[in-house]
Design a protein around this ligand. Structure first.
Ligand SMILES: NC(=O)c1ccc[n+]([C@@H]2O[C@H](COP(=O)([O-])OP(=O)(O)OC[C@H]3O[C@@H](n4cnc5c(N)ncnc54)[C@H](O)[C@@H]3O)[C@@H](O)[C@H]2O)c1
Ligand SMILES: [Fe+2]
Length: 395
C-alpha cells in the first residue's frame, strides 16, 4: 500500500534572482500577455517602488493599469472595488506587487471576477479553482510565500472573519522573486514576515498532510530562516541575509501550499480579523505556546525542526531538541521585540469576550485539523488564555 499522498502544484515559472524584477516584461511575453493591471498598495506608489515594475514594462512598450487601493490584511470590500477596476479595460493579467496583502488582493480579484457573488462564497471548503485572469506575483516582503501558494486570505468585514480561500484559482501563473526589493522593509515587518515564513515551514513539516515534497522545501526553509532572520532584522542592507530570507520564504510557501498550515495559522486568523494584528505578528504571539502544546503529537518532527532551525545539536534526543525549540521560539520573540497582545493594545475584556467566537472561527477554517495534536473549542480557548497570561514555565 502506498504511504505517500501528495497533490503538488506550483507556478509555471519561478524566476529567482537579485534584480529579477527587471525581467518582468520578458516573463509576460513568454505567456503572450501584454495588458497587465498592477495591483499594489499606496506605499509602493508613494515611495516610488512600483517603478521597479512599471519602468521595465514601459521600456518594453507596455502601458500598465495600476490599482493601488489595497490595504494590509485585505477585505472583501476592497476586493470588490478591485474587480470593478479590473473590468474597466481589457486587461489580460494582473501583476501582484508588494507584500502578501496586494498579492492576495490580486488573487481574490481574479477569483471573484470569475463568477461573481460574494467573496465568502469562495472560502474553504469551497475549491476556488477558477480565475478570471492569470497572476504574476512579485513579492516585496519575505514573507507570506503567497507568490507560490494556492491560497488567498481575505477578511469578511460584516462577519469579522479572516477567510481562507483555497484553490488553483489562487495559484500565480508566474512569480518573480527578487530579494533586492526587500532592502527597504522596516525591522518590525522584517521580523513579523520572517516569523510567518518560519511558521509556514514548521507547520507544513508537522502537518498531517506533510509529504516528501513539502518536507524537502520545509526543511530547507527552516535552515535558511534560522541562519538569516536575526541578521536581516538587525542589518536591513545585508544582501546575504535578505537573499536567504527571500529564498526561505518562497520555499516555505511551496512547502505549506503542498502540505498545509495548522493550529498556529488557524488561531492566528481570528486575532487578525478581530484586533487588526498584522498576520506575522499574530503568528509570533501564538508560536511558542502552540508549539509547546503540539510537541507531544510529533516529537521527532519538532526535534528535527529544532535542529534545522539551529536550536538543537545533531546529538540531542528528539524530546530535548523539541523542548529547545519551544524555548528558542520564546527567546526569538524577545530578541525580535514581539509584543504581547496586551502590549499591542488589545483590551483584556475584548480578548476574553471574543474567545468563544475566535475558537469557533479557528476550527471552521479547517487548519487545526492538520495539527499533530488536534484541540477542541475548549482547548483552543485555554490556549488563547495562555497566550494572554503567559505560559506556565514548567509546563
Ligand atoms: N496567500 C497566502 O498564502 C498567504 C500566506 C500568509 C499570509 N498571507 C496574508 O498576507 C498578508 C500579509 O502580507 P505581508 O506580511 O507581506 O504584509 P503586507 O503586504 O500587509 O505589508 C505590510 C506593510 O509593509 C509594507 N511593505 C511591503 N513591502 C515593503 C518594502 N519592500 N519596503 C517597505 N515597506 C514594505 C507595506 O506597504 C505594508 O505597509 C495578510 O493578509 C496575510 O493573511 C497570505
Ligand atoms: Fe502565514
Amino acid at each position: 500500500m502506498s504511504t505517500v499522498t501528495a497533490n503538488i502544484a506550483a507556478p509555471r515559472t519561478l524566476l529567482v534572482a537579485g534584480g529579477a524584477v527587471k525581467q518582468v516584461a520578458e516573463v509576460l511575453a513568454k505567456f503572450g500577455l501584454s495588458r497587465p493591471l498592477v495591483v499594489t498598495d499606496p506605499f509602493m506608489v508613494k515611495s516610488g517602488m512600483v517603478r521597479n515594475v512599471l519602468g521595465p514594462l514601459e521600456a518594453a512598450g507596455i502601458t500598465a493599469g495600476v490599482f493601488s487601493d489595497t490595504i494590509p490584511e485585505p477585505t472583501d470590500t476592497v476586493v470588490e472595488v478591485g474587480v470593478l477596476e479590473m473590468k474597466k479595460a481589457p486587461y489580460d493579467c494582473m501583476i501582484g506587487f508588494g507584500g502578501g496583502s496586494p498579492i492576495d488582493t490580486a488573487k481574490a480579484m481574479a477569483i471573484l471576477g470569475s463568477a461573481g457573488g460574494k467573496m465568502r462564497d469562495y472560502k474553504v471548503p469551497f475549491s476556488a479553482d477558477k480565475a478570471a485572469m492569470p497572476i504574476i506575483a512579485v513579492p516585496t516582503t519575505a514573507g507570506t510565500g503567497s507568490e507560490c501558494t494556492r491560497f488567498t486570505v481575505i477578511t469578511d468585514v460584516e462577519r469579522d472573519e479572516k477567510m481562507l480561500i483555497n484553490g488553483l484559482g489562487a495559484l500565480p501563473l508566474a512569480a518573480i522573486v527578487d530579494y533586492e526589493l526587500t532592502y527597504s522593509v522596516p525591522p518590525r515587518t522584517t521580523a513579523d514576515t520572517g516569523i510567518d515564513s518560519f511558521t509556514h515551514a514548521l507547520e507544513a513539516f508537522v502537518s498531517k498532510r506533510a509529504n516528501p515534497f513539502s518536507d524537502a522545501f520545509a526543511l530547507a526553509a527552516m535552515e535558511l530562516i534560522g541562519r538569516h532572520l536575526r541578521t536581516a532584522y538587525a542589518e536591513p542592507r545585508n544582501a546575504a541575509a535578505r537573499e536567504g530570507m527571500m529564498i526561505g520564504a518562497t520555499q516555505a510557501g511551496l512547502a505549506f501550499s503542498n502540505s498545509s498550515v495548522a493550529l498556529v495559522h488557524g488561531m492566528s486568523r481570528p486575532i487578525g480579523a478581530h484586533f487588526h494584528v498584522p498576520h506575522g505578528l499574530s503568528n509570533a504571539m501564538l508560536l511558542p505556546a502552540i508549539t509547546r502544546y503540539s510537541v507531544s503529537g510529533a516529537e521527532a518532527r519538532y526535534g528535527e525542526a529544532s535542529r534545522r532551525f539551529g536550536l538543537a545539536a545533531a546529538t540531542d534526543a528528539d524530546a530535548i531538541a523539541a523542548a529547545k525549540l519551544v524555548t528558542g521560539l520564546e527567546i526569538l520573540n524577545r530578541d525580535l521585540a514581539v509584543p504581547t497582545p496586551a502590549d499591542f493594545g488589545i483590551k483584556q475584556a475584548d480578548w476574553f469576550g471574543r474567545m468563544p467566537l475566535m475558537a469557533e472561527q479557528a476550527l471552521a477554517s479547517g487548519s487545526p485539523n492538520n495539527n499533530p495534536r488536534v484541540p477542541g473549542a475548549a482547548e483552543i480557548m485555554t490556549l488563547y488564555q495562555e497566550v494572554w497570561t503567559g505560559a506556565p514555565r514548567n509546563a
